[in-house]
Design a protein around this ligand. Sequence first.
Ligand code: SF4
Ligand code: SF4
Length: 449
Amino acid sequence: MSSLNFYHSVTLDLVKCKGCTNCIKGCPTEAIRVRGGKAHIMQDKCIDCGECIRICPNHAKYAVTDGLEKLKSYKFTVALPAPSLYAQFKEGTSREAVNAALHAIGFDEVYEVPLAAEEVTVAIREYLKRNHDVRPLISSSCPAVLRLIRVRFPGLIKNIVPVKAPVEIAGKRAKEEISSVYGIKPEETGAFFISPCPAKVTSVKQPIGTPRSHVDGVLSISGIYGELMRNLGRSGFESIFEKSSGIGIGWGRSGGENIAIGIGSHLAVDGIHNCIDVLEEIELNKLSNIDYLELQACSGGCIGGALTVENRFVAKVKLIKLAEKLGTETRIDENSIVRDFEEGYYNFEKEINPTPSLKLDEDIAKAIRKMEILEKTLKELPGLDCGSCGCPNCRSLAEDIVQGRANETDCVFKLREKVRQLVAEVLDLSQKLPPTMEGQEGVRKSDPE
Ligand code: SF4
Ligand code: SF4
């Protein structure tokens, strides 16, 4: 396995895990194995998509996030609520009420990530207008998709639009404005994302496209939901920041980003397995007639994130209604965003590198040799993809065998074959006569000595 350091939000509770193998087939990157009656997540393959959190019937997978106590580490704190947060409460709950509840549970300020999404919308539009070499361009907003591309489709890294995700821009803007209004240094302000999914937790702890995140912590929507509910209805909070319009709020569901950008031909795909299908098509040079591809790992988009509480279909309706109510008149100054875009404000600051988890070996000659052994091993396996070996399919067992992580006899069919062979050998031995008796008349091979 690679020795690279990976941070992961998605974690296994060994005590709760029953080794039932339900999760191994649902994992889009084949990152889970069950060994010794317990699941094991392969760090270099996991993309923190959260599928296994949804699948596990024993609730053995969970996301590690920050807690409200971390707010105490900062002189000033700002909440960065994801658009999907506003779709988690009963219909009619105003955005102001949710922001006031965030203030009541301990945040000094609230900077809406949907407002930053409106800035990013303009930046992406500009990028699309000025760059025509690569098509389709893929949205950079879903970190699980970015990690998926690094792990399984490294050839498509060039298709990722090199514009920072809204949460990063929200953290940056919030700190700049707090500094100019209150004179508080950016490093004294703690910016906390209120996240619908574990991939966004990971993207803050181990950012992609930037050396350091402007976000200091991540709280899950589900983790603070109870506190927020208890504080809904509080009033008296006035933020210094602008409010988002329906354009930014729409980013919380599949298709919302494309509607906001509104130029060129575009496609919105949600659900990690659908994203994989589409990425495979792009690898085959299909879909080059599409300008922009919005890919979101969660079904329905961020409203379907593993750390939300509301049913994603209900949340979608609520978000659409809220976006309609807020309208499309944005409060951001598009001309100044275009100027910032030209000065590189939204650009990735760091190249995205492939994650070498699929390489069989760093040494090309050894990798080729291992691939040959893998193919040969695979041919000898039954091809049933039954999962009883603890791997998601026969190919991943073959890979594990080649990499020294598993044995051929982990396959029940190969084990049975081996036992049959051993039984045949034992039977054969049981027929054997000592050399002194061999050839004597009247002594049958099966007679006791
Ligand atoms: S689904 Fe996976 S994590 Fe959950 S109990 Fe079964 S093997 Fe363990
Ligand atoms: S979070 Fe996603 S990639 Fe990671 S182990 Fe779970 S299902 Fe697999």
